[in-house]
Every structure is written in C-alpha cells, then in structure tokens.
Design a protein around this ligand. Structure first.
Ligand SMILES: Nc1ncnc2c1ncn2[C@@H]1O[C@H](COP(=O)(O)OP(=O)(O)OP(=O)(O)O)[C@@H](O)[C@H]1O
Ligand SMILES: [Mg+2]
Length: 130
C-alpha cells in the first residue's frame, strides 16, 4: 500500500513511475484520483498534463500517439469495445491507462499493473497493487 497525501504528490509520484509501467488498470470510486494519476503519468511521458481530460463520456482520448486513455464506465458488454473501435486502439498503443476496467481477461495485452485507489480523507489516497 502506498499513501499519497496531496493532489500534487499524486501527479509527481506518477510522473516518475511512468518510466516503469506501460499498462495501468485503475479501480476506484468517483473522485478517487484516476484521471489525476493519468495526468501525472502523461507528464512522465513528456506530454502536457492539461491535455488530459476525463474520457468518461468520450470513452477514450489519445494523446499524441503516446498514450491511450480509456474509461469503461459506460461500457456494458464486451462487444461494445469492438464496435466502438476500442480494441483496435488498444492494439495500436504501447502505453495505456484504463479507468474502471472491465472484461480484463479478454483485453489484448499481458501483465497490466492493476491499481486500486481509495479515498482516505479529502486529500489523502491509498494506492494498492493487486
Ligand atoms: N491525493 C489526491 N490524489 C488525487 N486526487 C486528489 C487528491 N486529493 C484531492 N484530490 C482531488 O480529488 C479529485 C480527483 O478527481 P479525478 O477526476 O482524478 O478522479 P477520478 O477517480 O478520475 O473520478 P471519476 O470516477 O469521476 O472518473 C480532484 O478534484 C483532485 O484535486
Ligand atoms: Mg476519471
């Protein structure tokens, strides 16, 4: 378990860790910090973090062909991932972050890092790897 005490720490911690990870699956309640973590990761890849926006409604965003950012909140069936071209996109990108992942065993990559983010207080978060 890793404890994060401020939003800035979440950004900086993942800015550093971006070099070590390719695929992150992010579990966590509303406002846990999944999108903020993605901003830090994007910075670590040399991207501008202000470009990173929540893909809850768009399903996915791509940032300069360096990072694929997906939110599966509104996905109900695996078939939708095919129909919406999301599986095709997963096959194109090396670095991928998925908020609220589903159908994990059917996704076309191996050994993702699976993280569970929990709110401890207004500004504190815990991150567990499973
Ligand atoms: N230590 C922290 N780490 C991350 N976010 C924090 C922290 N402390 C406070 N916050 C605040 O919590 C909010 C996290 O929002 P964010 O959009 O990243 O969450 P999310 O998990 O992506 O939510 P959603 O389920 O709506 O997609 C931000 O407003 C952020 O400033
Ligand atoms: Mg989000």
């Amino acid at each position: 378990m890793h404890k994060i005490s401020t939003p800035e720490e979440m950004l900086n911690y993942w800015k550093e860790l971006a070099k070590k990870h390719k695929i992150l699956l992010l579990h966590g309640e509303l406002g846990a910090g999944k999108t903020l973590l993605t901003k830090g990761f994007a910075q670590g890849l040399g991207l501008n973090h202000t470009a990173v926006q929540s893909p809850t409604y768009a399903y996915l965003h791509t940032y300069e062909w360096k990072l694929l950012h997906i939110d599966m909140y509104r996905i109900k069936e695996y078939n939708e991932l095919i129909e919406k071209g999301i599986i095709d996109q997963i096959n194109e990108f090396e670095c991928i972050i998925i908020e609220r992942p589903k159908f994990i065993d059917q996704l076309p990559f191996k050994d993702p890092t699976i993280l569970h983010i929990k709110k401890i207080s207004e500004n504190e978060r815990s991150i567990e790897t499973k």
